[in-house]
Design a protein around this ligand. Structure first.
Ligand code: ATP
Length: 293
């Protein structure tokens, strides 16, 4: 749950100030991507955990309302994962991420989740649950022929031996730079960064490059597929990446060829940037199709 406090200025340590407003926004990368995939027409279940607090009830309700099967989201003692976001008058923000229930996922949860995961076409993972859980799911899913899509956000240096389980690695510019050391300032640099990631063993890579679009490259390709972004009036780019990834996962799982899937994902993300908010800005399949026609 994103708890957003608007303030005139950030408080100093030890200081109490009056806030301007507080709003609650269901979020989390896993939830946002699941909602994006479901609204784009996918048959989606989310595996994860919420806490015993009221946020947990609200988070599961919102998922269900958006067409995501939340029946495998466990309820753990303690709080749900919460992002405490403070935004000042100059739009500078500070964020405290409290993992809550997400941080409690462990080996027993993997055992519980595996039958459902292995029945899926694809599994889409982020980096907001403990790495040993992610790693185990990746290995099991890949080994059993389930397509593994990984968006390691927030970014961290992936262990080299994990790349071989990744069928599609999706990174934004800062994540790509952290993993490869290459600033993807132009097309040539993006190709180079993609090559580095493919050399480590990922089967394919998508680099999302904000309004510069995206680059897809798979093993054996001499040149990647560059997809332009749609020209729109950007209002709020929050969740552009989550919308793109969810829509791409959903479309390609339903058999859409990758080049079309990238254009579809790019349209979904373009709509999201024209709207304020995160999860609430994610478009439906009808909206994406209307936008593209
Ligand atoms: P965020 O963290 O804001 O959710 P991100 O950094 O993970 O986003 P980006 O690379 O910024 O991801 O954006 C993902 C995709 O969304 C891009 O590849 C592009 O297709 C689309 N997109 C992003 N910004 C814009 C924009 N200003 N106009 C049109 N499309 C955009």
């Amino acid at each position: 749950m994103d708890v957003v406090n608007r303030v005139v200025r950030h408080p100093q340590p030890g200081e109490t100030i009056h806030g301007l407003s507080t709003t609650y926004h269901p979020g989390g990368k896993g939830a946002n991507q699941a909602v994006a995939a479901a609204l784009a027409g996918g048959d989606i279940a989310l595996f994860g955990a919420v806490g015993e607090d009221g946020f947990g009830v609200e988070l599961k309700r919102t998922l269900t309302e958006n067409g995501v099967d939340a029946s495998s989201v466990a309820v753990k003692p303690g709080t749900s994962g919460i992002a405490f976001i403070t935004v000042d008058d100059t739009a500078d923000n500070s964020i405290i991420l409290s993992a809550g229930a997400n941080g409690q996922l462990g080996a027993a949860d993997v055992d519980r989740m595996l039958p459902g995961l292995l029945a899926a076409h694809s599994v889409l993972l982020q980096n907001e649950i403990p790495w040993p859980v992610t790693r185990e799911v990746m290995e099991q899913a890949h080994g059993n022929g389930v397509r593994v899509i990984f968006n390691p956000a927030p970014a961290f240096l992936l262990p080299e031996d994990a790349y071989r389980w990744i069928d599609l690695l999706v990174l934004n510019e800062s994540e790509a730079e952290l993993l490869t050391g290459i600033a993807v300032a132009d097309g040539a640099a993006a190709e180079l960064a993609a090559d580095r990631l493919l050399e480590r063993g990922a089967a394919a890579v998508v680099l999302t490059l904000g309004e510069r679009g995206s680059l897809y490259k798979a093993q054996g390709m001499a040149i990647g597929v560059a997809t332009s972004s749609y020209r729109v009036r950007a209002v709020d780019t929050t969740a552009a990446g989550d919308t793109f990834i969810g829509a791409l996962a959903s479309a390609t799982a339903k058999g859409m060829p990758i080049a079309e899937g990238l254009a579809f994902a790019s349209a979904a993300a373009a709509i999201a940037v024209t709207r304020a908010g995160a999860q609430e800005s994610i478009p439906t399949l009808e909206e994406i199709e209307a936008f593209m026609s």
